[in-house]
Design a protein around this ligand. Structure first.
Ligand code: SPV
Ligand code: MG
Length: 291
């Protein structure tokens, strides 16, 4: 099945499914190998891994380049965190065309303003998009897609900005009517109370996606019981990599030696395996003249 169809199935399945964050070809391959059925191409992780901020400092074509490596390294669908769509409806619909050309299964856009700021930084002072303008963007994106199975997820930032449940429901309903394939309801609370409230009021109208980065202590079964369709583990490969790199780098700096490091890092053989060196060796036998 095409990746667009695979993502569609995850979103519409009666079971709760999961997307795991990746930010380059290597982390994407690791996500697939672990057994995940889909990848979250996190804006935070993509930008941080390039040493820049999650404020659209990375251009959207730079994001596309990373996605191409991620897609080439895997066979599972990727949902791009497309921020605000990098501009107005026109930029967002062009993004959809470019994503489809690169076999990306779907994109999530959030109802903020370009250039966006990460939802966990000064959240209540973040302006939200005008509802009608954002609905026009969703419609333009849906009209632009060539593959019926490509997914546009609309992310509601009303809780993040402190606007409350009424605004969250108003926006979610508007985005559903505009043609979004799912609603991502985001919350920065330490508990899942906002998500619980939303899910009860929403009452299964349309698929829902959540990102439990801040309310991570909530058991996953609780979300499944609420009817959440898709859970995104949004930045955990990036944060793992940061800690691991910091530890090893400072150890090597301190000890000026590799003696105590080797056993705690991936072997070179593991690096070669993840790069699929074996495939190249077989291809060389097939395509190069015998030496
Ligand atoms: C991301 O992973 O970039 C997200 C999720 O958008 S969050 O950082 O929680 O806003
Ligand atoms: Mg993001």
């Amino acid at each position: 099945m095409k990746r667009t169809g695979q993502l569609r199935d995850l979103i519409h399945s009666p079971q709760t499914h999961f997307l795991m964050e990746a930010h380059n070809g290597l982390s994407a391959a690791i996500v697939e190998e672990a057994g995940f059925k889909g990848i979250w191409a996190s804006g935070l992780s993509l930008s941080a891994s390039m040493g820049v901020r999650d404020n659209n400092e990375l251009s959207w074509t730079q994001v596309l380049d990373q996605l191409e490596f991620m897609n080439d390294a895997t066979s599972i669908p990727i949902l791009l965190d497309g921020d605000t769509g990098y501009g107005n409806f026109n930029n967002a619909r062009r993004l959809v065309r470019k994503l489809e050309q690169r076999d990306i299964a779907g994109v999530c856009i959030e109802d903020k303003l370009f250039p966006k700021t990460n939802s966990f930084i000064n959240s209540t002072s973040q302006p939200l998009a005008n509802i009608d303008e954002f609905c026009g963007k969703i419609k333009a994106m849906k009209d632009a897609q060539q593959d019926d199975m490509f997914s546009v997820v609309a992310r509601v930032e009303a809780f993040i900005a402190g606007w409350g449940i009424k605004e969250a429901l108003l926006r979610a309903e508007a985005y559903r009517s505009a043609g979004a394939d799912a609603i991502l309801i985001h919350s920065n609370q330490k508990d899942a109370s906002e998500i619980e409230l939303f899910m009860k009021e929403w009452a299964g109208r349309h698929p829902v996606v959540i990102v439990p980065t801040k309310y991570y202590t909530t058991p996953t079964q609780f979300f499944a019981d609420l009817g959440v369709n898709l859970i995104i583990w949004a930045n955990h490969n990036l944060r793992t990599a940061i800690l691991a790199m910091k530890n090893v780098t400072s150890q090597i700096f301190r000890e000026q030696s590799l003696i105590h490091v080797e056993k705690n890092i991936a072997s070179l053989e593991e690096v070669f395996r993840l790069q699929r060196v074996d495939e190249l060796q077989l291809a060389e036998k097939k395509y190069l003249p015998p030496s």
